[in-house]
Design a protein around this ligand. Sequence first.
Ligand code: HEC
Length: 90
Amino acid sequence: MQRYLIPAPMTALRVVLSLCAMTVASAPTAAQTTWQPLPEVAPSPAGNPTTPAKVELGKMLYFDTRLSSSGNVSCFSCHNVNDLHLAGTP
Ligand code: HEC
């Protein structure tokens, strides 16, 4: 005759709960698959590495209004990096 081990109710509950917890922990949420942490170093094309001088040039161009035909608009005019409450706008 075969014997089965029947866990006590609380043990069975613990097993079920831990299985649920493992499933939740292993399944990435939509936010985790959509949003990844920023890399430590910005990716750059092969043979064109990011340098401090290039980063500085990029900052200058970003805020430079001379790039616009009117001379009054920069990237910063629309993409204001200080206006965090404008999330959802460019
Ligand atoms: C007159 C306002 C305005 C200016 C000035 C402007 N942008 Fe934009 N930018 C927008 C808008 C609006 C969008 C969104 C367009 C869309 O989603 O169709 C956008 C989108 C972008 C995107 C794409 C963002 C994404 O999530 O895909 C980048 C990158 C970008 N702009 C960079 C720049 C840079 C660099 C400059 C300066 C050289 C600049 N923009 C100047 C209004 C502007």
